[in-house]
Design a protein around this ligand. Sequence first.
Ligand code: NAD
Length: 355
Amino acid sequence: MTMEQINVGVIGTGWCGGIRSRASAESALVSDLHIAEINPERLEEVSAECRVASATTDYHTLLARGDVAAVMISATPEHTHYAIARDSLNAGKHVLLEKPMSLTLSEADELVELAKRKNVKFTIGYSQRFNPKYAFVHKSLKEGTIGRAVSAIVSRHITRSLGDRISGRILLSPAAMEATHDIDFVLWCMEPARPIRVYAQSGYGVMKEKNGLADTVSIVVTLDSGVVFTVSAGWTMPPGYPNYSGTWIEIVGTDGMLVVDDTHRDVILNTIDRGIELPMSSMPGEFVGHVFAGPMYNETLHFLEAVAYDRPVMVTPEQARQAMEVYMAADLSVATGEAVSLPMTTAQIAQAAPV
Ligand SMILES: NC(=O)c1ccc[n+]([C@@H]2O[C@H](COP(=O)([O-])OP(=O)(O)OC[C@H]3O[C@@H](n4cnc5c(N)ncnc54)[C@H](O)[C@@H]3O)[C@@H](O)[C@H]2O)c1
């Protein structure tokens, strides 16, 4: 098969955008890498590290380049996602957008429609689908290894420093920012079943005083297949490593059960200076010399391959929109104390939108 190299852009080259830039720069699929970043020091740093073809502080300049086929959008704060994605799709680029795809469902719907109209690939960074342990769960369920799925539990916690960083830039809940990954993952595993009801409650602790947000959220989702799944997510764990995350998954089926320990207790680093740490445990992952420990590198390559070889993307925008409706329903359920039936009504959607 012949393959033409593509030129790609990364908009927002902080933590995740830095990973996406380096993965692109290292890929044989990519000819030229272009970056846009409003922080001049970071722009300089990533330009040098990734030997970029062009660097700008204005993403419109990047989008105006006719030779750039695809862009990855990794900017923060999260309210930037919708406008940058809209402009990128309008410029005819294939787009990988970090979650959340937007702040409201109507913006998400608009982006889904726009991508269709422009006939470009559009995907959202639900990176955990590229974690081999998660892929194993998905494969097992698709192959019926544990029979028919009955229920699932996912517990996810990240460190307080990261929780503070995320909640310091935008007031989105742990449902929108953390549980979202697990909602997407379980919905993907349980397809074609669709969610019909969501009930959620929040636990308030150290975050409340800082910004009014919850420390943890517990979400119960009922699917039309009868499967019930629970996602419990929090962001106030003490430090274990920079940006540490720990996840535990249990899936019950009619003929078996799957338990996945993704708590990253398999490598223990103990130093006089910093005590015990659990490395290679952040959600996107990290470079370890010549290899990458974590899902974001492969996720980036998958997107580049989808564009270069004209293959379908792993996470469709419709799936991301469905995950978004579930976490918004969870936030609404927390606010009202009532279960929320899906699809949400127009009034509920308006009520669930962040203010
Ligand atoms: N999939 C995952 O595992 C995962 C993990 C962490 C974060 N995320 C998501 O990825 C996104 C990025 O998170 P991060 O931790 O990399 O953020 P970050 O703050 O480290 O990086 C964001 C960068 O965007 C830049 N920026 C802001 N506005 C811009 C603009 N208009 N044009 C160009 N650059 C701009 C900022 O200067 C910053 O360098 C978040 O929305 C988050 O939800 C996903």
